[in-house]
Design a protein around this ligand. Structure first.
Ligand SMILES: [Fe+2]
Length: 343
């Protein structure tokens, strides 16, 4: 993460040296740091360093074009929030349409008017500052969730896996981007409310007594309360609150039934149960997939889980599709670590 007090670094990518130098001059005069790239490939290398705060890309560059650089920046979860301004020629309408498709944040036409350039850069950086602040809040919640997970050696990696599995399951069901983001976040923070459960209960190796159990059952509501003030986490709240509901109404905290349990919560519940069965526990070793799904199918018959989701998850696991999601969801831990390293 960039130091908020350091000057913002702007990437200027243009194959024409005159254009690069002219833009550099104007931006440096405004107090920005400038990194220059002579083509798309060099631009992508600079972006990968993580030090760039905004990218100005000429659309027409030999090899990897500005459009392609933009597409790659916006596709990568690590860089998708980086503001990208595409610089197009006078006849740039077609390129603008393609640029919008690639996720560009703004456009500048040649010849560039310097006042316009600076105004757009400032406006985009202001928006970036807000998203950075939101991301920092998200990071705090993720760190908190991972530190709760770290208390129990038997649940190591549980949040990462849940994030990955539930995004994979959501993707195979054709859910939209908003739901997939909610699932990615929900996988990490669903048990955040366990912060309110004393360690002697959280880590108790044996069965919980009635009083301990009633405390444990409060964690969905506690987690929901913690995340509620963060508006960007609105879509995650149903996951946090309802991930222990069962279709027959015997779950908690609301005893919801069937379709009253939000689909994204049912998805997380399905992968949560699967992960619990297929990892080591203090009282038994991890079960193989076939056995785990047999148990889950029995529990479907008892009225607990969503039969369709169990079938779909088993198909995914057989095909090994969850691995293709690893690059996306696996960034959660890396992201948190990079923030810790930078602070
Ligand atoms: Fe939970």
């Amino acid at each position: 993460m960039t130091n908020p007090t350091a000057p913002v670094t702007i990437l200027v990518a243009d194959d024409f040296v005159e254009n690069r130098e002219m833009l550099t001059c104007v931006l440096e005069d405004e107090g920005y740091r400038v990194v220059r790239a002579v083509d798309g490939e060099e631009a992508l290398k600079s972006v990968a360093t993580g030090s760039i705060g905004l990218a100005l890309l000429d659309v027409n560059m030999p090899g990897v074009t500005g459009l392609e650089v933009c597409r790659q920046i916006k596709r990568n979860p690590e860089t998708r929030l980086l503001p990208v301004v595409l610089i197009t020629g006078l006849q740039g309408t077609k390129n603008r349409v393609r640029g919008i498709d690639c996720g560009a944040d703004d456009f500048l036409s040649k010849p560039i008017k310097f006042e316009e350039l600076i105004a757009r850069v400032k406006s985009l950086l202001r928006i970036k500052q807000y998203t950075d602040e939101l991301e920092r809040a998200e990071t705090v919640l993720f760190s908190l969730a991972l530190s709760i997970e770290a208390k129990d050696p038997y649940t190591q990696g549980h949040c990462d896996r849940l994030s990955r599995y539930s995004v994979a399951l959501g993707t195979s069901l054709g859910l939209g981007e908003d739901d997939l983001v909610a699932l990615r976040r929900g996988g990490i923070v669903h048990d955040l409310g366990k912060i309110g459960v004393p360690d002697h209960i959280l880590l108790k190796p044996g069965a919980l007594n009635a009083e301990e159990w009633s405390l444990m059952k409060k964690h969905p509501e506690t987690g929901e309360r913690i995340c509620q003030p963060l508006r960007s986490f609105g879509s995650v709240l149903p996951i946090i609150r309802s991930h222990h509901e069962k279709l027959d109404g015997s779950g908690y905290p609301d005893g919801l039934r069937d379709g009253a349990i939000p689909l994204i919560a049912r998805i997380l519940t399905t992968v949560d149960v699967y992960d619990a069965l297929t990892t080591d526990r203090p009282y038994r070793k991890a079960l193989p997939d076939e056995q785990a799904f047999e148990i889950m199918r029995d529990e479907v018959k008892r009225g607990w889980w969503d039969a369709d989701l169990v079938v779909e998850l088993q198909a995914l696991m057989r095909e090994g599709k969850t691995t293709c999601q690893a690059a996306c969801a696996g960034t959660v831990r890396g992201f948190v670590a990079s923030v810790r390293d930078a602070s």
